[in-house]
Design a protein around this ligand. Structure first.
Ligand SMILES: [Zn+2]
Length: 278
């Protein structure tokens, strides 16, 4: 199956494959993979919002949950090698992010409350863990142990995953641009100046830009779907580790601070990692 997600190629793949930047930025390979996986997931989540709004996709339940599901399945569609140990480690990185975020002491303005449109961090952690396990339950029973996913939830995870997969298949069938259709509106990628205080992650940011992967993502999305207007993906300084899609302006913002936030959280990853070989 080919969706626009296919084009959301690994943002920092080149950084992952290069040994030198790891030494320069003092990131271990595990930490860099964590940053990469979560940057991808964030972008895919926001692309989910973009598609929901621009294509007027029908959404049952909360849009934030739908965007998480689109983001999660997007990771699968990106990778194409689901039975790869590194891929499952990345899925776990995304789940681990939400676990770390859940446990992180937060200022009142940063807390997620029960009335919020987003799920609680703990819920997003279990949702991702459930979809990861449900994607291949015969091979991935270890994810139950690694994440502490209770049996009561785990039992239904294969069904949950199939339901998400079915929805994405439906999306592909109904919203794909016809082959041979004339060129349409496109998503352009803009990079604002990175903040100086992110000096530590400068190598990483430079590699993101140099890789051209964001442009590839935007181009693939533009080629795959009949977008109703010109859209923008902007990397910028926001003052907080955020990302969002502005439905009015048609601009998807990915904050440099969010990448830095992932980098900082990566240092708190559990010392004992679960087995990465299914
Ligand atoms: Zn969202």
């Amino acid at each position: 199956m080919r969706l626009w997600y296919l084009a959301l190629l690994l943002l920092l793949t080149s950084a992952c494959n290069a040994a030198a930047p790891v030494q320069q930025s003092d990131l271990t390979a595990t930490e860099l993979r964590f940053v990469t996986a979560n940057a991808e997931f964030t972008l895919l989540h926001e692309m989910g919002h973009l598609l929901i709004n621009e294509l007027q996709l029908p959404v049952l339940g909360r849009e934030e949950d739908a965007a998480d599901q689109l983001g999660f399945v997007g990771l699968f569609l990106l990778q194409g090698k689901q039975r790869d140990a590194n891929f499952y480690a990345k899925l776990l990185d995304v789940a681990d992010y939400w676990r770390l975020e859940w446990r992180l002491p937060k200022a009142p303005e940063e807390k997620v409350y029960s009335w919020d449109s987003h799920g609680l961090d703990a819920q997003r952690f279990y949702n991702i863990a459930c979809l990861a396990y449900g994607s291949d339950p015969d091979k991935l029973e270890w994810i139950i142990t690694a994440t502490g996913l209770p049996d009561e939830r785990a039992f239904y995870c294969p069904q949950e995953y199939q339901q998400v997969q079915h929805a994405v298949d439906w999306l592909a069938q109904h919203f794909r641009r016809p082959v041979g259709a004339p060129p349409g509106q496109r998503i352009q990628v803009l990079y604002d100046e990175p903040p100086r205080q992110l000096e530590h992650g400068a190598d990483m940011l430079a590699k993101v830009r140099a890789s051209g992967e964001l442009e590839a993502v935007a181009n693939k999305a533009s080629d795959t779907f009949a977008l109703p207007r010109p859209l923008t993906l902007r990397l910028t300084t926001c003052g907080s580790p955020d990302a969002w899609y502005n439905t009015q302006s048609g601009e998807l913002t990915l904050c440099y601070e969010r990448l830095e936030h992932f980098r900082q959280l990566a240092a708190q990853l559990p010392k004992v990692r679960p087995p990465q070989t299914p």
